[in-house]
Write a protein that binds this ligand. Sequence first.
Ligand code: P5A
Length: 427
Amino acid sequence: MRLSQYFLPTLKENPAEAQITSHRLMLRAGFINQTTSGIYTWLPMGERVLKRIDQIVAEEQDRIGCHRITMPTVQPAHLWQESGRYEDYGKEMLRIKDRHDREMLYGPTHEEVVTDLVRQYVNSYRQLPLCLYQIHWKFRDEIRPRFGVMRGREFYMKDAYSFDIDMDSARTAYEKMYNAYLRTFARMGLKAVPMRADSGAIGGDLSHEFHVVADTGESAIYYDKAFENLTEADYSMEKLGKLYAVSDEKHDPATCPISDDQLVSRRGIEVGHIFYFGTKYSKSMNLKVAGPDGKPIYPEMGSYGIGVSRLVAAIIESSHDEHGIIWPEEVAPFRIGLIDAKNDAQTQAISEQLHERLTNACISVLYDDRSERAGVKFSDMDLIGLPWHVIVGGKTLTAGTVEVKNRRTGAREDLTIDALINKFLGD
Ligand code: P5A
């Protein structure tokens, strides 16, 4: 991709409205544009990251046997009247009327729609367990949208819903999802720690939140000091169950079993939240299946969310430096930033060739072919944070090598063009 032809509207100045690093960097590096409060347009660069995260999340959901669907963003109010949540949801729900004066809403979540879907097709225990998910837009009229896509009003969520015949099987589904979340976040180069949580408005009695620890996080989390010695392989539900590690609403100083000097309090960005809520929706919405003995059973359900658009910001919060974003390879919008640092006929010809060879080898590359000074190109490339920078310059002409810089470590090496292609093909 040639930068001169790309739509990458970077900003020279720090936008005044951005209070946290990720919001500032997403605006400055041309990833998002605010359309109105809490509502954003994803620009080409941001869109690429969002879709890479979408892909990883989807692969891990598929791996545990969930099936992807897409439900409508606009829902009829009557489903929520059936479940009893229509009034309770309050002002956070964007309520709409259609031309026939029918009450509709823009979906803040999809427990009702999916329960209605399943009750139309599933009528025997033999059709369970079942897990359906989507990755789609939600709307919540948040009282305080802030920090860019971190707390938006419109946001992109993965929401999965499980249906099981009994509690044991539902617990297995929950645990499978819990483990899938650990894998999902680890694949993005992100450390997200599970915390026991309150199930809140969704209802139910088993719930975990997954938090990226960051000073700018909106949630408070509390845990036993011993938790810090755990490695990611130790976050199993069983091991975690033995330690005090809870989100804000679940923490009660009066009953907390940990002494003050052993208790750690931190800020976290909630990137995932999972719930088991039993028969709350199957009962209220009359989803019944015939059990092995022919008697009707209300399926046990759970719902499982990941804030996909929030993750983009969370990754930046945990991976940046004073020059800009540092994308983990797995979610980077392009793998390589190719810089023609000299802008003369010879370096341009070599850069063009390199661009073509990398593209043909399916190695994604953003080629800065603008007639800007080298310094401007270097700082823009640092700002947008592609993992590898390949610099074509004077040395390319004298020694036949290009300089390869690792954005994260700053390490540089000189490689011939063949060696460069091999390096990226080999990985
Ligand atoms: C679980 C899936 C639910 O909605 N129903 C379907 C359940 N859970 S939740 O905790 O309310 O949301 C799931 C995740 O979505 C992200 N999120 C947000 N991201 C950006 N802006 C928002 N306003 C916002 N609200 C929720 C969070 O990552 C949350 O964990």
